[in-house]
Design a protein around this ligand. Sequence first.
Ligand SMILES: Cc1cc2nc3c(=O)[nH]c(=O)nc-3n(C[C@H](O)[C@H](O)[C@H](O)COP(=O)(O)OP(=O)(O)OC[C@H]3O[C@@H](n4cnc5c(N)ncnc54)[C@H](O)[C@@H]3O)c2cc1C
Length: 536
Amino acid sequence: MHHDVVILGGGLAGLTLALQLRRRMPDLDVLVLERRTHPLPEAAHKVGESSVEIQAHHLSQVLGLKDYLERRQLKKFGFRFFWSDGAPDITRVTELGASTFLPTQSYQLDRGMLENDLAQMVQAAGVQHRDGALVRDFTLGRKGERHQVRYTHGGEEHEATADWLVDASGRAGLIKRRLDLAQPNDHTAHAVWFRIDRRIDVADWTQDTEWLARCNPPNRWLSTNHLVGAGYWVWLIPLASGSHSVGIVADPALHPPETLNSFDKAMDWLQVHQPQLHADLDAKRDGLQDFAFFKRFSYGCKKVWSGSDRWALTGEAGLFLDPFYSPGGDFIAISNSFVTEMVEGDRAQAPVGMLAPMYERIYFSLYEAMLPIYTGQYPLFHSAEVMPLKVLWDYTFYWGVMCQLFFQNRLVDVQAMARLQDDLAWSHRINVAVQDFLRAWGAADGGARPRRMLDQAKLAWFAEMNRGLADRLDQAAFDARLQANLQLLHQLAEQLMDRALRQHPGLPAEALRAVMAQRPAAPAAQNLLFPNLSPA
Ligand SMILES: Cc1cc2nc3c(=O)[nH]c(=O)nc-3n(C[C@H](O)[C@H](O)[C@H](O)COP(=O)(O)OP(=O)(O)OC[C@H]3O[C@@H](n4cnc5c(N)ncnc54)[C@H](O)[C@@H]3O)c2cc1C
């Protein structure tokens, strides 16, 4: 059987790619081979449950799944952070989050439900989806030759040929292994996670009515709650099936994997670091659904596609950063969009062999721009002074630059990207300089974590930035938006630096100042930081 595209692996990346391809090219012949048999278990299936704005936009707008998401999955109440390490009472520590929903929506995804539903959707869209189909071997065709794939299905051997072969096999990395494309990075964090078959609601941990009333609606459980401390964070993610996902992500230098790699050990660790969560989970032990861990989950890739040889990697088969801000689904959205462009271009006889390396450079530049946000930054998670400002910075960078490129469909526009090259390179440089500066500031911070709410919804410029993601911009408006956001990054960096230097005059600020000087900006007319920070 010959197909235009064969996708190896029908997880999130493979299924959403199949859907995107068929939406763009309704006559495209697409085969998805997934080794697991459907229906998949709900809840205890995979991690990758918290979506952020790029993935949410991809699912809801590019793939047209908004109604589905509203009906079957959960509306996420943004990110929320508590500096609650060792704290007996979560209401007494610093909370960072929005008191009310910000306008641009994202979702909590039960991966089992989602993949079951997506499998039905791709079939309804005309994709041939084979579950219980194990890919055993393949031969990559070169320079336009057909690829060959051998797989077992229903106890029989099958063979298929394809013009395009896409590896969406996740960490199995079928093409990556074959071509020796694995590339480690310097980010060494590890993670353990498990699911509990009922809700975990931080509101159940207190009777404090003032604290409970801080959020409207009072549904903190719908957030991706981050319980943070030095060198680690714990995630709490609600799932539409009724379960709750819990994960511990840590820097091995501060929290070695051996101290966490079983449910009992993770519980002992939580008893010390997050006692209220421990008490809640202890009462729900009978509801444990699974337990898993990954050492060193972050990695890069030497090459993610070839236009002339017509193969591509997408999702975790390519690269993965870190779950702290849930970028996994974003990178799936981005690589799937590039692959769709290449397949479509190839059919239209466009010079995809030349286009592919440009797309690849853009894709890698996003990975490289995001990596410094995580690498070496876990030690500063202890700081309820520096970390909220890092989150503010990281979000401004994400919404102000990355999201603009994706929401406005500029990433696949190589001319636009070439035009923006200098601006984007500067945004990368200032991000690296700010991350270095934050790391030094975090090391100097004493770790006070006063009771307060740092409310993102009340920070008008920040909420407006979130709202503006949905705007449709022509070229002039897009250029103006990007320039304004770069100026905002400059101003924010300036205010962060001023505050830090007032507290710790000896912090090394030369590198940051040098990057800021490359692109002068007038000081901001307003205070960009939270108004209720402690006096500097
Ligand atoms: C600790 C952790 C937490 C994370 N949290 C988040 C988060 O909150 N938000 C987020 O966006 N991302 C998160 N991610 C990333 C997210 O998990 C991934 O981006 C996503 O699951 C990758 O999807 P995928 O389709 O590439 O891979 P997978 O979902 O793993 O799909 C690969 C598929 O290929 C199939 N397969 C493999 N080998 C074969 C074969 N030989 N034949 C046939 N089929 C095969 C597998 O069965 C599987 O279904 C997290 C990652 C980690 C490590």
